[in-house]
Each structure stands twice: as structure tokens, then as C-alpha cells.
Ligand binder design. Structure first.
Ligand SMILES: Nc1nc2c(ncn2[C@@H]2O[C@H](COP(=O)(O)OP(=O)(O)OP(=O)(O)O)[C@@H](O)[C@H]2O)c(=O)[nH]1
Length: 574
């Protein structure tokens, strides 16, 4: 029968020499001492086995054909070989140890330690041939296998995924590569962790320290750049936003800027004041023209026609005097003849202008008075405060120093409103507590205006016409105290008249003229009223100068009064 063959491995040549042994010869006694001595060194013999086993996972074709088939113990030495290199050559055992890493992956590096003790115990009995191979095996296989192991490049991508979920994602990546090596289904996933575990295990050993770092280093290195890439992206996104975001700040500025120029945004400046007045008087004009047209459609100019026309003019608030002037003028030139609506409106415009011409005067200020005092009176709501603001704007725009006095001490809103106008026109405002003596305030304001060298002092007043006696007493007192500082003060007494009040405006002018000595009018709210004709009636009756007309609430909506333009506008003559 076949006898035992003693195998002799020559280093590097991979040759086997077989020597036949006599089976009948007595076996030599076992040298236990020698075996014990071999145990510690046995760990070094493993490298040779690693050569055989390592090629299996990585390259199965590599292993030498003669050795594997003949040596049945090969399967056993495999684990033994792993144990030995674990101490000296960590890379070898790290890659091969299969069972140990399977358990380790979950707890991470710690499980790598247990496999070592088990391996160390087993190698002892098997290694007789290993002692001489320690050095060679350790030198040759370890360096070659470690760098050659494609496992290193694989973990590289793994760390990228790990960056987010940490080490776990690496396993799924490594797993697919190893399952091919190991046909078993269950371990397919498990093998992945072993690859990591071995890498960590060798580190504790001194020599593998060099190998381990390359595996770990790539991971953090790659992860960091990824984080950097991710980090800049979110930062880059917000950066562009802040640029438009400042949009938020600019909006606030725009709003603030518009708050001041509210004066400018008026649509009025685009249109002439006459256009605005004409539009404002359109209701009055349309009504008047329509009524006139109805009178002269089918009839010749006779007494009945003239009477109907007179009624129409009176209903338009032009007043009896003005109505008679118009009918008399028309009858003088066109009596008994056919008369068109256009002819009637032309004659009306001409007569209205005649009435208004002597009242359409510009406001003259005697600046020899320091200041020229303007007392503004009128019924509540007729536009006193607003007119004061508009007028102050005109005067300051003309370079005059203006001071305002909040003489309407009965209404807090009136005081605040005047302060606003003071801010808009950059005019100082003299005000006192609510309910204070209006005359006292007017006196103080006059003194302060003198001291300040103001050119004009405009004093606002209350207009509580419902308490006529008290109002009259207050206005008289104001005029009296102002006269103490300047006998000619107030130099101008303006009354604001609300055009929308109709015939009642005639009575208002009568009252304030007698009490406060009104010597000028400002017709307000001529925009959008159908009763603009009252201005003609007031002018005809009181013959007071009309300095301005108000055609809106904005600062520029105060226009010098023009008789011809007003007459044409109300008569509907282009
Ligand atoms: N449409 C239009 N409104 C005007 C005009 N003048 C003034 N108003 C408005 O009329 C209202 C009353 O104006 P004020 O200036 O407060 O009148 P006031 O006489 O001072 O009233 P009191 O402070 O109560 O005495 C305000 O809403 C003004 O904006 C104008 O010419 N046209």
C-alpha cells in the first residue's frame, strides 16, 4: 500500500519532494518537549497556509494544484493558519477569518478579539512544518495579499454612504462583492462585516498598524470632502436669497419715501387747475346746461322763456342778482328771436365773469408787518386747517418764513392735523393744551412769531357755529388781543366756504364777516359739487375777494381764483 509521504516544501519554488517510508519500521517515540517548544513559534508558520487559503477568496486559480488535492487536512489548517498570523500578520488572518467576523460586525471592533484565542489553541497540534515558514510566510503573503485585496478600494465607496448613516451602509456595499466568493446564501450579507472587522482587529497588533490606517483613512478623507460639498451647497443657496431678500429692506425704504412725496403722486399736476376745476364743476355745469337746453329747445325767446331760464339759474345757486343779469343781457340782444343753448351759455359765462371779476383778487401780504397775521375762520369742516396747510406750502415754497398757531383748542384732532401740516411745510406750530384759551394762544403765537422774525403767522380757529354766542365771543377776543401787539392785526381774515353747503354759505359769510371782520374768501370743495354757483352768489352779495379755490384735499389743490375760467367752467363753455 501506499506509505506515508513526507512533504518538503521549498520556499519560493513550490516544489514537493516525496520520499517513500518504510511502514514496517517502528515509529520513533513522540518528543513532547519538542512539540511544546514549537507551540509559541507555531504562529509564524501560518503564513504558508495563508498563501493557500488567501488565493481562494481572491483568486481561486492562483493556488497551486498539487498541494490542495492531496492534503485533506487543508481545511483544518485554514483556521489554524489564521490564528497564527493574527498575531504577527494581522492582514492575513483578518481577511480570512470567516466565523469570527460574522459575529463581530454588530458590536464592531470588539468581537475581533475572541477569534484569536480560539485560533491559538488549535494551531499547536498541527504545526510541525510551520516553524521554518514563519518568516517567509509573514513576509511574502502578508504584503502581497493586503495591498492586492480589492477590499480596500471597495470600502472606499462605502464610507461615502456611511457618511450619512454611519458604518452600517458600508456593509451592504461590501456584501455584494463577497457573496460571490461565498456561495452560502445566509452568509452572503454577513461576510461584508468581516472585511471591516479584520481591518480593525489587526490594528491593535503593532505591524498591521500601517495597513489598517489606509483602510480607515480613505473613508474619513472621502467623507469629509463630501460634507464639504454638501455644506457649501446649502450655504450657496441662502446666499443668493439674501441678495433678493434685501428686497425686504428696500420695500420699507420705498414706502417711507412715498410717504413724504404723497404730495407728488397726485394726478392733479398732470392736469391744469382749470381742468380740475372744470371737472369739479362738471356736475354744476351739466345740470345747468341740461336745464338751459330744456328751456330753449322749441321756443323763441319770450317772457316765459326768460322766466324759465331765471328759475334754472337760481336753482343753480347763482343767486337772484346774477340770474337777472343774465336774463336781462339775453333779452336785450335776442328777445323775440330763436336762441340756441350755446348762445345762452355764452351770455351766461360772460355775465358770471363780470360778477366775479371784481372779487377775483390775488392775496396780498404786507410784509412790513413782522409777521403778517392771517386769521382763518369758518364753520367746522369747511376746510380751515386744510387750507392753512395748503397756503403755508405756497408761502414757504416762495421763501417766506411761516409760523402756524393751533387756535382751535376745542378739538385735539384739529391740533394734531395742524402739526402734520407744520411738518410737511417745515413751519413751526404753536399749540397749547386742549381747551386752552384760544385768544391767549393767538397772543403767544404772535409774540413768538415776532421774536422768530416770521414773515407770516397763520392762526387756525374753531368754527362751532352751533354755539354762536360763545364762538363770536372767542373770535372777538382773538382779534382784540392781537390788536394789542399790532393795531392792524389781524391783517387778513380769511373765511373758508364749503361750496357744497349751497345757500347756507351766504349766511355763514354774513356771520363771520360781522364778527371777525372777514376780508377774503377761500371757496373750498369746488371739486365734485353741483352747487358751485354759490360762489357767484356770494361774490355778488358780499363782494368779498375770493383769493383761492380749493379743488382737492392735496397740498397743491389750492388755486388762485380766476373769474373768467370759473365762469366758463360753470357755464360749460370750452
Ligand atoms: N374735496 C375737497 N375736500 C376738502 C377741501 N378742503 C378741505 N377738504 C376736506 O374737508 C375736510 C375738513 O377739512 P378741515 O380742514 O379739517 O376743515 P376745518 O374747517 O378745519 O374743520 P375743523 O377742524 O373741524 O374746524 C377734510 O377731510 C379735508 O380734507 C377741498 O378743497 N376739496
Amino acid at each position: 500500500m501506499a506509505g506515508f509521504f513526507k512533504k518538503i516544501f521549498s520556499f519560493g519554488k513550490k516544489e514537493v519532494v516525496e520520499e517513500r517510508i518504510d511502514e514496517t519500521a517502528p515509529l520513533p517515540p513522540i518528543k513532547w518537549d519538542a512539540l511544546e517548544a514549537l507551540k509559541p513559534a507555531a504562529g509564524q508558520a501560518v503564513p504558508e497556509f495563508l498563501k493557500r487559503e488567501e488565493p481562494r477568496p481572491e483568486a481561486e486559480a492562483a493556488p497551486p494544484p498539487p498541494v490542495e488535492p492531496e492534503a485533506p487536512p487543508a481545511p483544518q489548517p485554514a483556521p489554524i493558519e489564521e490564528a497564527k498570523p493574527a498575531q504577527i500578520i494581522p492582514p492575513g488572518p483578518d481577511i480570512q477569518p470567516e466565523p469570527a467576523p460574522v459575529e463581530e460586525p454588530k458590536p464592531e471592533p470588539t468581537p475581533t478579539i475572541p477569534p484569536e484565542p480560539e485560533i491559538q489553541t488549535e494551531p499547536a497540534p498541527v504545526e510541525e512544518l510551520q516553524p521554518p515558514k514563519f518568516e517567509t510566510a509573514a513576509e511574502e503573503p502578508a504584503p502581497e495579499e493586503i495591498p492586492a485585496a480589492p477590499v480596500i478600494p471597495e470600502p472606499v465607496p462605502a464610507p461615502e454612504l456611511q457618511e450619512i448613516p454611519e458604518p452600517e451602509p458600508q456593509r451592504p456595499e461590501i456584501a455584494p462583492s463577497q457573496p460571490e466568493k461565498r456561495p452560502e446564501p445566509a452568509p452572503v450579507e454577513m461576510p461584508a462585516p468581516p472585511a471591516e472587522a479584520p481591518s480593525t482587529a489587526p490594528e491593535p497588533a503593532a505591524p498591521p498598524a500601517e495597513i489598517a490606517p489606509p483602510i480607515r483613512q480613505p473613508a474619513p478623507v472621502e467623507t469629509q470632502p463630501i460634507f464639504d460639498e454638501i455644506a457649501p451647497e446649502p450655504q450657496a443657496v441662502p446666499q443668493p436669497e439674501p441678495k433678493p431678500a434685501p428686497g425686504k429692506v428696500t420695500v420699507t425704504k420705498k414706502v417711507e419715501q412715498k410717504a413724504e412725496p404723497q404730495k407728488a403722486p397726485e394726478p392733479a399736476p398732470k392736469r391744469s387747475w382749470f381742468q380740475r376745476m372744470k371737472e369739479g364743476l362738471a356736475r354744476s355745469s351739466r345740470e345747468l346746461s341740461g336745464n338751459i337746453a330744456g328751456v330753449f329747445t322749441k321756443r323763441k325767446l319770450d317772457e316765459d322763456t326768460l322766466q324759465d331760464l331765471e328759475d334754472v339759474l337760481i336753482r343753480a345757486d347763482l343767486g337772484m342778482e346774477t340770474a337777472l343779469r343774465i336774463t336781462d343781457s339775453l333779452a336785450a340782444s335776442r328777445y323775440g328771436k330763436d336762441v340756441s343753448e350755446t348762445e345762452v351759455r355764452a351770455i351766461m359765462a360772460a355775465e358770471v365773469e363780470k360778477v366775479l371779476t371784481h372779487v377775483a383778487l390775488p392775496l396780498e401780504l404786507d410784509l412790513s408787518h413782522k409777521p403778517h397775521v392771517i386769521l382763518v375762520v369758518g364753520v367746522n369742516g369747511t376746510g380751515k386747517t386744510t387750507t392753512i396747510g395748503k397756503l403755508a406750502a405756497k408761502l414757504t415754497d416762495g421763501g417766506l418764513a411761516v409760523m402756524l398757531a393751533a387756535g382751535d383748542t376745542f378739538r385735539a384732532a384739529a391740533i394734531e392735523q395742524l402739526k402734520i401740516w407744520g411738518e410737511r411745510t417745515k413751519s413751526p406750530v404753536i399749540a397749547s393744551k386742549l381747551g386752552a384759551d384760544a385768544a391767549g394762544l393767538a397772543y403767544d403765537a404772535f409774540e413768538q412769531a415776532k421774536q422768530a422774525g416770521s414773515d407770516v403767522l397763520i392762526i387756525d380757529t374753531a368754527g362751532r357755529l352751533q354755539n354762536k354766542a360763545e364762538l363770536m365771543a372767542e373770535l372777538e377776543k382773538i382779534v382784540r388781543v392781537l390788536g394789542k401787539l399790532d393795531p392792524e392785526a389781524p391783517h387778513t381774515v380769511l373765511q373758508t366756504v364749503d361750496a357744497t353747503t349751497g345757500q347756507n354759505a351766504l349766511n355763514q359769510v354774513e356771520i363771520f364777516r360781522n364778527v371777525a371782520g372777514v376780508n377774503g374768501l377761500v371757496m373750498t370743495k369746488l371739486d365734485g359739487t353741483a352747487r358751485g354757483g354759490i360762489l357767484v352768489a356770494i361774490a355778488a352779495k358780499h363782494k368779498l375777494p375770493v383769493y383761492f379755490i380749493g379743488v382737492g384735499e392735496q397740498v397743491d389743490d389750492l388755486e388762485p381764483f380766476s373769474a373768467s375760467e370759473f365762469a366758463k367752467a360753470i357755464a360749460g363753455v370750452a
